[in-house]
Design a protein around this ligand. Structure first.
Ligand code: SF4
Ligand code: SF4
Ligand code: SF4
Length: 319
């Protein structure tokens, strides 16, 4: 037998052991998405022991969000000085092995050693939707925002592509496309050179009481969405049943995405790099007195800039 255990063989025990909890999960998903609030936001639990790496979720995300993807104008305006690099994904829209402006969810590959055997795992990765998101709090233009249900998103009508959200995101999630957005009209040679893109948690579907596309498409029920009050309990119960581990509950002060793994996260040999987020321990970036919390003092400027951006977008639409 190969020294690489079949994922299914290794995980079979885990899946069976959590079966009773999983059965109730879909019910939680449908019923509890109805009344999220800042105190009890929407949380997604992702059980990586169940993921088979089929990428159905990835293509469902692409299809469902295609209308939000960038249509850049070319040639790109030249920047003076050339301080901001061109980032053009428009000719590589088919890429699915990392996060891009056209791929907001990807399947990360990892291996772990269990009882001397190498096990392969696949992990859906996207924005963690932090409880206190630095990308939202530190966007100088107010283009990134957090809804009352806890999801965070970037308003493509306001974003100037300065990439601050990427720099302050502990997982480097938002990705830039050059040649699109407001900067072309107001500061074509000096602004951030595009728009930043990331998972918006299918906010329009959620507003209509529907389930995010990636969750709906998954044949293995890897993800469960519901109110934090229920999802945290669900994640802990599943982890306990499989003697597993949680990631996201405390990272960056807590996120609205909780991963469950049958092996410790710090033993995962993850494929990381640009557009491929890590799973390291992350301290609270916005903790009182931290460098980023002090930087938040510019927030009033962001409010004015956001109002301007919204006004300008409307004027442009009316033309
Ligand atoms: S993971 Fe990054 S992009 Fe997502 S909410 Fe947190 S800081 Fe923002
Ligand atoms: S929640 Fe929506 S936008 Fe986010 S990864 Fe899933 S399908 Fe994509
Ligand atoms: S659709 Fe489900 S099983 Fe397939 S890769 Fe995505 S999370 Fe994993």
């Amino acid at each position: 037998m190969s020294d690489k255990l079949s994922r299914r063989a290794f995980l079979k025990g885990s899946i069976l052991s959590v079966g009773s909890v999983a059965a109730s999960a879909s019910v939680v998903s449908a019923a509890s998405a109805l009344a999220p609030s800042p105190q009890d936001p929407l949380v997604t639990v992702i059980d990586i022991s169940k993921c088979i790496g089929c990428e159905d979720c990835v293509y469902a995300c692409k299809e469902s969000n295609a209308s939000k993807f960038p249509f850049p104008q070319k040639p790109f305006p030249r920047m003076f000085p050339d301080r901001v690099p061109i980032e053009d994904w428009s000719n590589r829209q088919e890429v699915t092995d990392r996060l891009t402006p056209y791929n907001w969810l990807y399947i990360q590959h990892a291996t772990a050693i269990v009882d001397g055997e190498e096990v392969e795992l696949t992990i859906p990765r996207r924005c963690m939707h932090c409880n206190n998101p630095p990308c939202v709090k530190l966007c100088p233009w107010g283009a990134a925002k957090q809804e009352t249900n806890g999801l965070s998103r970037i308003d493509a009508d306001i974003c100037l592509g300065g990439s601050k959200c990427n720099k302050v995101c502990p997982w480097d999630v938002p990705q830039r496309q050059t040649g699109v957005g407001l900067y072309l009209d107001i500061l074509p040679n000096f602004a951030g050179n595009g728009v930043m893109y990331k998972c918006d948690r299918c906010f329009q579907k959620i507003e209509k009481g529907e389930t995010p596309a990636c969750i709906e498409a998954c044949p293995e029920d890897v993800q469960t969405i519901g109110l934090r009050s229920k999802m945290v309990a669900l994640a802990k119960a599943r982890a306990q049943e499989m003697n597993g581990y949680l990631y996201g509950l405390d990272e960056n002060g807590g996120t609205n995405t909780i991963y469950i793994s049958p092996v410790p996260f710090d033993t995962l040999d993850l494929e990381t790099g640009k557009g491929k987020p890590h799973m390291d321990v992350v301290p609270d970036q916005m903790a009182q007195g931290s460098r980023l919390a002090r930087a938040m003092l510019i927030a009033p400027i962001a409010g004015i800039a956001a109002a301007f951006g919204k006004y300008y977008s409307r004027v442009k639409e009316d033309r």
